[in-house]
Every structure is written in structure tokens, then in C-alpha cells.
Design a protein around this ligand. Structure first.
Ligand code: OVM
Length: 402
């Protein structure tokens, strides 16, 4: 095997605190080593260049998801929760389930959320300006999605408090069985049970996203159990991702105040600014695929059954693809970034996430002149997500709120 090319072997641990504290310089090493590298610590392949990450994302027949998109191979080890029927699935199942959630999250469905999101964003912006000294991670990045998203899904107030612990479990689970994994999983059965109770038709309002999923069941598009599993997917994928995206955007605005001034001058670029923060920071840093047939990347043969780690965050700063990749530029053409994936598994909630980002950033732009970091933000270490535990900020208000 691999007689024709020598395989770059690296002993990096992409799930260590050390790596996660400063992932971007490590990504450069991976990209420079070759189109595909062997991570000997875990016995997995990895890609970090934009063209290779994109090619892997697009080739769902060679690089499957049904054996899990974490390091664990579901064909060998039983996963700790029943597999997702959209994320951890291949066509034809994934085609059917993706279609259901795409309709539930359609532009028409999102339009009806705008007013509620704007009301919440205005209140939040007024509140933080009033306070002046805040933790951006808690008071903005967690506060906003934790309110508007469970409301949009149609969850009761009672029970939704389990969602942060559940998200922590789901996204740490994709990584290796390190300390972080063990800690997040400590309460897995009870947390999973509480979440599944929220995925019953009787638990949700008749007008939210969850109700839309159950309507697909009524229309014969999926079983009742599958509808519950798709509601679970909304709850798994829809919260920690947006929380961390907003946290990343805040840190970008604080570190690049001239870019914040451009958003203030023209709030119509808020949506692009949010997308640029997703490119630069990549809240979802990595996902795995499993090789399902012998394939080659850059002349190196990958064996059937191998796990392959895609460094989405690395592709998003690959200088082969981007000019000034480490610079936050709110008017950059961001279209080709893979922060939301690409191909058949591309994030089905992307437009909902961007609606949240656009509305929140727009409301902040009308009131906040400057986000001043009063101390270094602290990272929230996670096996998949990049985000912040704390973002100590002084909020400088605009002269006059409009
Ligand atoms: C799911 C799921 C869980 C986590 C992430 C995700 C990024 C989906 O259970 O379907 O998408």
C-alpha cells in the first residue's frame, strides 16, 4: 500500500488542550505536510487544504457518514446514542430526512420568526448597553440563541434547561475518549432521556419547527419515531453551533474595531460579517468521514474502513484559497468557506443560523460603538467546537440609539 508516495506522518493531537488553544498554526503544519496526512496518535487520515476538504465533503459515496462523523466507527463500536438519521446517515435515508428538515427550515418558515428574533435582539442590545460591563459569552452569545431557538422549535419553558448539557455531550462525543469526552458523557443516559422527552408531539407547541416535523409524519414522509429523531437533530445541531458562532463573531468585532465600524456604518452587511466570522473562527472545527471504498488523495491510497478527519477550520484559512486568510474582513466574498460543510450534508439550518446572526448583529450595531475586551477571552475547550467560556467586555454605547 502507498508504495508510490511517502505518507506524511504527524504526531499532533487535534483534541488536546494545547492544540485547541491555538489550532490555526497547527493547521498550517498539516496543510504544508501534504494533501493527506496520517495522524499516528489516533491511526486516522486527515485533510486540511481547502480543495481536499471540499472534495471529500462532495464525495459522499467514497466518504460515508453512516459509520459516524466522529472518530468512533459505528460498525465496530456501539454509539452512546442512537445514530442521527440525518447527520450520521447516507442516501437514501439522508436524502429523505434532509428534505423534511429543509422544508421545516424553509425561507417561508424562517420569515415568520423574524419579528420575534428582532424583539429579543432589541431587548438584549438595550440591556447590555445599560449594564456597560458584561460577559459577552454569557450575556450575548448564550443568552440570545437560548431564548429564540427553543421558542422557534416550540419547546415548553420547562425542560429546555437540559439543552446546554446535551450539546456539550453531543459535540464532545465526536472526538476520542479523552478526559473531555468522559466528563461530557458522565450523565449521558439521563441527559439523553430528558432530551427525548422533549421530542414527543405532546411536549411541543402546535406552531413551531417541531410541529412542522410531526406534520411531515402526518403526510406519510416519515414514521413517528423518525419525526422524534429529527426533532432531536434540531436540538442537537441548532444551539451550541449558533452560540459559538455568535461568541466568535463578538471576539472578531472586539479584535478588529475598524471592521465593527464598517458594520455600524452599513448594518446591511451584518449577515456577511457573521458569515466571515464563521469562516475565520470555524465554530465547527472538524468532522470525520469513513472511507467506504479504496480511494486516493494526492496519490496516496486510503484503505476501505479508515477514518478521515476533515479540518474545516484549516480549509477556511488555506492561503491557497483565500487572500489574507487570517484577516477578518466583513465585506469578503465568503461563499466558498466550508464552515457549514458542503454537498449533501451541508448544514440544513444555515439560513436559520444566519437569520439569528444578522438580526442580533444588526441590533447591536445600532447601539454599540465599540466592544472593548477588558481581559483575554477564555476558550471553551470542546472536541469539535471552537467557542468561548468568557468574553469580558466593556460596552461603549453609540452617542444616540436610533
Ligand atoms: C444530529 C446532529 C448532531 C450534531 C450536529 C449536527 C452539525 C447534527 O443529531 O443530527 O449537525
Amino acid at each position: 500500500m502507498n508504495a508510490s508516495r511517502s505518507v506524511p506522518v504527524l504526531d499532533l493531537d487535534p483534541f488536546s488542550d494545547d492544540f485547541l488553544a491555538e489550532p490555526f498554526s497547527r493547521h498550517a503544519l498539516i496543510r504544508e505536510a501534504g494533501p493527506v496526512v496520517w495522524l499516528e496518535r489516533y491511526g486516522v487520515w486527515a485533510v486540511g487544504r481547502h480543495s481536499d476538504v471540499f472534495a471529500v465533503l462532495m464525495d459522499w459515496e467514497s466518504f460515508i457518514s453512516s459509520a459516524g462523523v466522529g472518530i468512533t466507527d459505528f460498525r465496530v463500536q456501539t454509539p452512546p446514542r442512537p445514530p442521527s438519521i440525518i447527520l450520521e446517515a447516507d442516501p437514501p435515508l439522508q436524502t429523505r430526512t434532509h428534505k423534511i428538515l429543509a422544508r421545516v427550515l424553509s425561507p417561508a418558515a424562517l420569515r415568520s420568526m423574524r419579528v420575534a428574533f428582532e424583539t429579543e435582539a432589541e431587548q438584549l442590545a438595550a440591556r447590555i448597553v445599560e449594564r456597560g460591563t458584561i460577559d459577552g459569552a454569557e450575556d450575548i452569545a448564550r443568552a440570545f440563541p437560548l431564548q429564540v431557538f427553543p421558542d422557534a422549535v416550540g419547546l415548553p419553558d420547562e425542560g429546555r434547561e437540559i439543552l446546554p448539557a446535551y450539546g456539550n455531550m453531543v459535540f464532545n462525543f465526536f472526538g476520542p475518549h479523552n478526559e473531555r469526552f468522559e466528563h461530557a458523557m458522565a450523565n449521558a443516559p439521563a441527559v439523553s432521556k430528558a432530551v427525548m422527552a422533549l421530542c414527543e408531539r405532546s411536549a411541543v407547541t402546535p406552531d413551531g419547527l417541531a410541529a412542522g416535523v410531526f406534520a411531515a409524519h402526518d403526510a406519510g414522509e416519515c414514521s413517528y419515531a423518525e419525526a422524534g429523531m429529527l426533532v432531536r437533530s434540531l436540538l442537537s445541531a441548532g444551539l451550541d453551533t449558533t452560540v459559538n458562532s455568535i461568541a466568535c463573531a463578538l471576539v472578531c468585532f472586539a479584535r478588529f474595531p475598524e471592521q465593527w465600524n464598517r458594520v455600524r456604518a452599513d448594518p446591511s452587511i451584518a449577515r456577511n460579517a457573521f458569515d466571515e466570522a464563521v469562516r475565520l473562527e470555524s465554530p465547527v472545527q472538524t468532522f470525520f468521514r469513513t472511507v467506504a471504498k479504496p480511494v486516493t488523495i494526492g496519490g496516496i491510497e486510503l484503505e476501505d474502513g479508515a477514518k478521515l478527519l476533515m479540518f474545516l477550520a484549516s480549509a477556511n484559512r488555506d492561503p491557497r484559497k483565500w487572500s489574507d486568510p487570517d484577516t477578518f474582513d466583513v465585506t469578503r466574498k465568503t461563499g466558498a468557506h466550508v464552515g457549514f460543510g458542503a454537498g449533501i450534508h451541508r448544514c440544513v439550518g444555515e439560513m436559520l443560523s444566519k437569520l439569528e446572526g444578522e438580526i442580533l448583529i444588526g441590533a447591536l450595531a445600532r447601539r454599540v460603538a465599540r466592544f472593548e475586551l477588558t481581559a483575554e477571552p477564555t476558550l471553551n475547550y470542546n472536541n469539535t467546537l471552537r467557542g468561548y467560556a468568557q468574553i469580558p467586555l466593556t460596552i461603549h454605547a453609540n452617542g444616540k440609539p436610533t
